[in-house]
Design a protein around this ligand. Sequence first.
Ligand code: FAD
Length: 231
Amino acid sequence: MKIVIAGGGIIGLSAAMLLARDDHEVVVIERDPAPPGDPAAAWDEWEHRGVTQVRMAHHFAPRFRVLLEHELPDVLDGLVAAGAHRYNPLDQLAADVRGAARPGDELFDTVTARRVVTESVVDAAASGTPGIQIRRGQAVAGLVAGPPDSSGIPTVAGVRLASGEVLGCDLVVDAGGRRSALATWLDDLGRHRASTWWRTPDSPTTGATSVRSTGPCPRRRGRRRSMRSAR
Ligand SMILES: Cc1cc2nc3c(=O)[nH]c(=O)nc-3n(C[C@H](O)[C@H](O)[C@H](O)COP(=O)(O)OP(=O)(O)OC[C@H]3O[C@@H](n4cnc5c(N)ncnc54)[C@H](O)[C@@H]3O)c2cc1C
């Protein structure tokens, strides 16, 4: 299949690698410029406005380490080589809280690094993967409608870039992060949303919890209003 991924962050580039390694032809569209090759230089030089937390340390859940080990071991090796810290959070606990070590504790092993380092390593691995084309400095501006299916539901036949260029494909993956404009793009196709996640204003954890709707979510005021400001 020819697949377009909107957004080249950690998720977009990791998805691209998994898909390309399954022999799909993948084009990643990323609004921001590429990181400089050296993760240390990225700290000083990389303008990555799409990810505002890019200079913060990130703790990745152990599942991330497990997935990397099984699916993208080169990324895990690259992270460690770039200085990521591999550790077990259980070892950070006071002895009377942690209790005795037990078989299986190693499942909690994880890696952590600053986001610039992680993104630089993921970008290097994706850039070297055959079958992936990463187009940076370009933004997806909308979806291209295909013919409706037999129930009249619009289908997606590609994406439209901000430059006006149209890229046809068999599948579009939205990896634009929490500020993704996907809901607006789907609105523009005819407001057929199968399901949508959004944050509730009355969330007991001040918006940190999302709820799932199986129908269309309430119309947001302002087409570009972010999930965050909708709280
Ligand atoms: C302050 C903060 C701290 C966090 N700390 C942690 C942590 O410690 N551990 C952890 O696991 N998670 C953490 N997170 C969450 C984590 O950062 C997100 O889950 C993660 O960024 C999601 O990755 P992503 O690739 O889906 O999206 P993003 O990282 O948001 O990437 C989206 C990419 O898409 C691009 N893009 C967006 N729209 C378009 C478009 N229309 N066209 C082209 N490109 C587009 C953007 O430029 C960006 O590069 C934190 C989040 C915040 C805000």
